[in-house]
Design a protein around this ligand. Structure first.
Ligand code: DSN
Length: 412
């Protein structure tokens, strides 16, 4: 693979291989990342990248879409089957545009909407003031409980009934617990507002049956495709039939031009992989691994936000152990362990130097690691954090991490 890149642009070839090596030799704990299958990878580099196909299958603004129509329809059909969706749009290029299309289909500029605060587990596109969502719409944000650091559905209900938003959003990027989507539906019904979700992080868990799937009874659900779902870096929107026209028009021509059909082919492959029975075991192993990793860290004395995890991710309050989020991220990186610094609920630091790190198990599970390896990962992490100021020791740990990872090479 990449023989032509090697000939034409040896510098980029070297970078591609260096990144592959980094991915294979390190412990990747960023919970929003994953490793796509070789088939998905090949489709991303396929001839489909050459085609313009503005429009939708059967009604395009360019000729020559006979093959592309079949590819896109297959992606749509598989996605609908995977999540039990009435309607699916597979064209959004990424999570932010998918959310932008969802809002523009359902809201007018200035309308009130509600989502979880970024610092408590939401996302920039869930109404943060620096983001288009907070600038175009009147977002009022809900938080988590001060005591449990979890969603308090009574509080959310109260706030929604007081604020009367037109849209209530659930689904988060740093929330380690199950989401009670039925409760959100009931709150939205009581308030008479749209009930939508962004399931980017947990989509693979929903598809694999280890987290409640909101798609059949929510109005609109967006998700990226590259996290627990293990597809290419992209996104999709699923909705009830009554919103299909608005959603499709919001994506094209509202927001995007020509869809990336090579990525849509890669999504179709990933949805096919997720429809296989073994994907359920994979999703379940992600969750088991996260639970064991969290417990092992607790045994070393680390405080987990909410006290644990129900899904693929863990928020560790490293400041409680005398390390800041940025120090932890940097020390772990020197040891070949990758995570991201993250705010925790009721943060006392700043987003640049928060109190937490966010870790997760999708990549390690894809590489075939199980519960016993999670204990080893926790021990590497603890050793690195204990030696955060000792570069020689961190380099030594990095070598051990490499040997450990050599047993789980995913891309040969
Ligand atoms: N950047 C993604 C994440 O890491 O969770 C969300 O967009």
């Amino acid at each position: 693979m990449f023989e032509n890149v090697k000939k034409v642009d040896p510098l980029i070839y070297d970078y591609i291989l260096a990144e592959k090596e980094r991915q294979m030799e390190g412990i990747e704990l960023i919970p929003s990342e994953n490793l796509v299958s070789p088939a998905v990878l090949e489709a991303l580099g396929s001839y489909l990248t050459n085609k313009y196909s503005e429009g939708y299958p059967g009604r395009r603004y360019y000729g020559g879409n006979e093959v592309v129509d079949k590819v896109e329809q297959l992606a749509i059909d598989r996605l609908k089957q995977l999540f039990g969706a009435e309607h699916a749009n597979v064209q959004p290029n990424s999570g932010s545009p998918a959310n932008m299309a969802m809002y523009s289909a359902l809201l007018n500029v200035g309308d009130k909407a509600m989502g979880l605060k970024l610092t408590e587990g939401g996302h920039l596109t869930h109404g943060h003031k620096v983001n288009f969502s907070g600038k175009l719409y009147n977002f009022v944000q809900y938080g988590v409980s001060k005591e449990s650091e979890m969603l308090d559905y009574d509080e959310i209900r109260k706030k929604v009934l007081e604020e009367k938003p037109k849209l209530l959003l659930s689904g988060y990027t740093a929330y380690p617990r199950n989401i009670d989507f039925k409760e959100f539906r009931s709150i939205a019904d009581e308030a008479g507002c749209y009930c939508v979700a962004d399931i980017a992080h947990i989509a693979g868990l929903c598809a694999g049956g280890v987290h409640e799937n909101p798609v059949p009874y929510f109005d609109v659900v967006t998700t990226t495709t590259h996290k627990t779902l293990r597809g290419p870096r992209s996104a999709v929107i699923m909705c009830k039939n009554e919103f299909s026209e608005k959603i499709d028009k919001a994506v094209f021509p509202g927001l995007q031009g020509g869809p990336h059909e090579h990525v849509i082919a890669a999504k179709a492959i990933a949805f096919g992989e997720a429809l296989k029975p073994e994907f359920k075991d994979y999703a379940s192993q992600i969750v088991k691994n996260a639970r064991v990793l969290g417990e092992a860290l607790q045994d070393y004395g680390y405080r987990l936000v909410t006290g644990g995890t129900d899904n693929h991710l863990i928020l560790v309050d490293v400041r409680k152990s005398g390390v800041s989020g940025i120090e932890a991220e940097k020390a772990l990186e020197k040891a070949g362990i990758y995570c991201n610094k993250n705010t925790i609920p009721f943060e006392t630091g700043s987003p640049w130097d928060p109190s937490g790190i966010r870790i997760g198990t999708p990549v390690l599970t894809t590489r075939g690691m199980k519960e016993s390896e999670m204990k080893e990962v926790a021990s590497f992490m603890h050793l690195a954090l204990k030696n955060k100021d000792n570069d020689a020791k961190l380099a030594e740990i990095k070598n051990k991490v490499k040997l450990f990872c050599n047993n789980f090479i995913f891309y040969k």
